[in-house]
Design a protein around this ligand. Sequence first.
Ligand code: AMP
Length: 311
Amino acid sequence: MNSIVVVGSVALDSVKTPEGESREALGGSAVYFSLAARLFVPVSVVGVVGKDFPSRYRRMLSERDVDLSGLKETRGKTFRWVGEFGRDLSDAKTIETHLNVFRTFRPSLNAAHRRSPVVFLANIDPEIQAEVLGQMESPVVAACDTMNYWIESKPRGLKKLLSRVSIFFANEEEAKKLTGQSNLFRAAGMISEWGPAIVVIKKGEHGAILKVGRRLFAFPAFPMESVKDPTGAGDSFAGGFMGYLAGTGDFSDVQNLKRAVLYGSILASFNIEEFSTKNLEKLARAHIEERLADFSDRLNVEKDEPFAVSR
Ligand code: AMP
């Protein structure tokens, strides 16, 4: 079975939403990604934490079979992010970003990690993402994600990285900022000209766009009436998408890629029901399959129960 190496942030997040707040809770792009992808394939995290990183978080991840042999602990403080979501819960407003131990982190992959067939470069400094990619022996698939913070501070490094990956994930705002395009289909086309043959643009409750080669697809999101904390929606989407594809071993069948979007949406929908990683921690593959069947039913335009329209 394929395994995935993920490099990204391992964080202590303080998040405020209209539904409440969490302080110094477990977060980070690599954490959300691995908690989603581990439900499909073995996942190894490459990253760094400070001496203040609670051991219970390490234990929780290990108990869920996330390999932490590449998670270094150094002197200094763990990465911290402070964010806020407004009423419409669309985009996160970053209040504070403290890179802390990530400021000087230079990853060094062990032999097993270097040989992994799939690498996911989750949201972190594009220079760190490039260093990890450079150490991989011959990955079959390399995918990456980013955030406004890096689009603004390291645009050249990011663009260089894009020329070396096959799959790229962005949310609506990031895709527009990166390309200067207001039409998302054109933005996806422009990004794919820079390198990645597969581009996924996430639009929160409005679904996602998938560009595969020349073909474009649009998907709705799983309808959610109760959302507590959208933090990590993008990373858990990527974890579901990449995990499913790595599990099947087929990254080129278009039907499979479309199914991966549904898995990504399902993982994100579970994640946003609770603060921090609470829901992802409890999740089992059966819950995912059950919601996927429900989602597929709702998407089926060929048949459904009759509905009495007259009163
Ligand atoms: P998302 O899936 O986009 O909601 O990602 C949320 C996670 O990204 C949070 O748990 C943060 O800890 C992490 N994060 C926020 N800003 C950055 C950044 N500049 N670099 C890396 N990770 C970040």
